[in-house]
Design a protein around this ligand. Structure first.
Ligand code: NAP
Ligand code: GLV
Length: 313
């Protein structure tokens, strides 16, 4: 079995070592420009076009992340780049769901319990009890009820906040009020106090976090974007903060990453910026999942996590 690996900025030697330990019979190599030698599988994160173009020999392409927007952009920009009959398989959880739940729960509790206001008071040496947000009206709306969104929704519901979820097709999750499709989008948003975005980035979801969306939320709502920067209309967020329609935002993803040094988000005290770390790809868990799926495919079995290229996720 021949495996091509590509993950920029990663410790490739450690990844190759772990793959070799899991698949001692495999022939592994890190892809280098010009490498067109045969391969059975490609394991990639944000690969360049020339790595995949014309690679009809591949049995599958494994994406070392949950989001496949970057790889599908190659196909969008140059149709025919992705080998037509080769499945593209994304990571499913591999330790990302608990990380995402920690990140979002931290932001939710910080807003619910007004830690930002207490921090301001501390800087002024002011001892004053503030009215807490009532938990039963601190309605959380989670956009996307997939592997990560469903886990985040359940985690927040366990704190006693009312939680709603929104997906493309109808979902049923205990303790969560669910909404699906365009027809139910406004009902989902109506009165939400904390909006969490965990949608995949597709043509349908581009710019979904915009002024019209914000206007449907409760006055003074909070935003947590942990999906992709392309979901957020940046100026609409700044305007919503200026008008008071939104109170604050926690952002992990940006249209341009790294966020440019002169970007206004750095200077806005109501925006918290983190460098795309809400749910990292964990090597050990990812190697286990990917190698199990490779073995299943070699036996002619089907596997989960295959991306619907037309749908975009
Ligand atoms: P997933 O399992 O594919 O779930 C996607 C969810 O979004 C599904 O519930 C899907 O609906 C829903 N959806 C898709 N298009 C929609 C539309 N047009 N309208 C309404 N709902 C729609 O994805 P996941 O594993 O949870 O990951 C979600 C995203 O998180 C990834 O795509 C990635 O961009 C982001 N992410 C970020 C980080 C980070 O560190 N910041 C880490 C990992 C992932 P159905 O249930 O009906 O299919
Ligand atoms: C990270 O952003 C991922 O999509 O896994």
């Amino acid at each position: 079995m021949k495996i091509l690996f590509y993950m920029p900025h990663a410790d490739a030697a450690s990844w190759l070592h772990d793959f070799a330990r899991a698949l001692p019979e495999a022939n592994l190599r890190e892809w280098q420009p010009g490498d067109t030698a045969p391969a059975d599988f490609a394991v990639v994160w944000r690969p360049p076009r020339e790595m995949l173009a014309g690679r009809d020999d591949l049995r599958a392409i494994f994406n070392l992340g949950a989001g496949v927007d970057a790889i599908l952009a190659l196909e969008h920009d140059a149709p025919g780049t992705l080998p037509r009959r080769t499945p593209l398989i994304r990571l499913e959880d591999t330790g990302m769901a608990p990380q995402m739940a920690e990140y979002v729960a931290h932001a939710a509790l910080r807003y619910l319990r007004r830690f930002d206001d207490y921090q301001t008071q501390q800087s002024e040496r002011r001892w004053q009890v503030l009215d807490a947000h009532p938990r039963d009206t601190f309605t959380v709306g989670v956009l996307g009820l997939g592997v990560l969104g469903a886990h985040v929704a359940k985690t927040l519901a366990a704190f006693g906040m009312p939680v709603r979820g929104y997906s493309r097709s109808a979902r049923q999750i205990g303790g969560i009020t669910t909404f699906a499709g365009d027809a139910q989008f406004d009902a989902f948003l109506d009165g939400v106090k904390l909006l969490v975005n965990l949608l995949p980035h597709t043509p349908d979801t581009q710019d979904v976090l915009n002024a019209q969306t914000f206007s449907k939320l409760a006055k003074g709502a909070y935003l947590v974007n942990v999906a992709r920067g392309g979901h957020l209309v940046e100026q609409d967020l700044l305007d919503a903060l200026a008008s008071g329609q939104l109170s604050a935002a926690t952002l992990d993803v940006f249209r341009e990453e790294p966020l440019p040094a002169d970007h206004p988000f750095w200077r806005e005290p109501r925006i918290t910026v983190t460098p795309h770390v809400s749910a990292l790809t964990l090597r050990e868990e990812s190697v286990v999942q990917v190698t199990r799926k490779m073995a299943a495919l070699m036996r002619g079995e089907t596997v989960s996590g295959v991306v619907d290229v037309e749908r975009g996720y």
